[in-house]
Design a protein around this ligand. Structure first.
Ligand SMILES: [Zn+2]
Ligand SMILES: [Zn+2]
Length: 219
């Protein structure tokens, strides 16, 4: 997990490639150091991702002659250093997937802060009849599994039928959460003497023989 403040700070720094004068991209460091295996000592590095950079263009031939394999170099600079280095890359798109985008990072941070707040609110949501944090966690596919499953268990206790619509309109990617939430809805409906119409999915009285929404006869 990268440190948010540090990443934002680095992603906003401007460094330029001494070989092509293009601004270097702030990227996450790869998980291992090809040289000494000691790590990079930094979460980020600045890399020249310009495919017209002479370092990159000439590197293909150099590596082919020197090592007999496919690859080239990119200019890279570690934070806090003045002098950069050449980094061997095997393909044109190496590192393009690890560019740090400050906007995306800010959004991720907002999501993370909201998750933290919702988790804290879970403690009091039953007595406050506050559906919001419970629903937020259940519907947040990026939230931690433990918090989401805990929210599913709390859902019936909060006892607010308004949760059903948003849950039914949500596509769950995690089957554990999906199962837990379905169980919670069954409990919630039963406690309120309700059921879902099998034809139109509207919530109706448990004893209803005809759905008041779609007029279908219920068995
Ligand atoms: Zn360059
Ligand atoms: Zn119906």
């Amino acid at each position: 997990m990268l440190c948010y403040d540090t990443c934002i700070k680095y992603a906003q720094e401007k460094h330029f490639c001494p070989h092509c004068n293009i601004r270097l991209s702030c990227c996450e460091t790869p998980p291992f150091h090809i040289g000494d295996g000691l790590g990079w000592g930094s979460d980020v590095m600045f890399i020249c991702l310009n495919d017209e950079c002479p370092v990159y263009v000439k590197g293909w031939e150099h590596i082919d002659l020197q090592y007999g394999h496919n690859g080239t170099y990119r200019y890279m600079l570690l934070p806090g250093e003045k002098k950069g280095d050449f980094l061997m890359v095997g393909s044109p798109d190496a590192f393009t997937g690890s560019i740090i985008d400050p906007e995306a990072l800010k959004q991720q941070n907002v999501r993370y802060q909201n998750e933290k707040k919702a988790l804290a609110q879970l403690e009091t949501c039953v007595e406050e009849k506050n559906l919001e944090p419970v629903l937020a966690l259940i519907l947040d596919e990026k939230a931690g599994l433990e918090g989401r499953l805990r929210s599913c268990r709390i859902l019936a206790e909060v006892n607010d039928l308004n949760c059903i619509d948003s849950i039914r309109n949500h596509e769950f990617k995690n089957t554990d959460v999906e199962q837990a939430v379905n169980m919670a809805i069954i409990t919630l409906l039963k406690a309120n003497f309700k059921k879902e119409c099998p034809y139109c999915a509207e919530i109706i009285k448990q004893q209803a023989k005809i759905c008041m929404h779609c007029n279908k006869e219920l068995g």
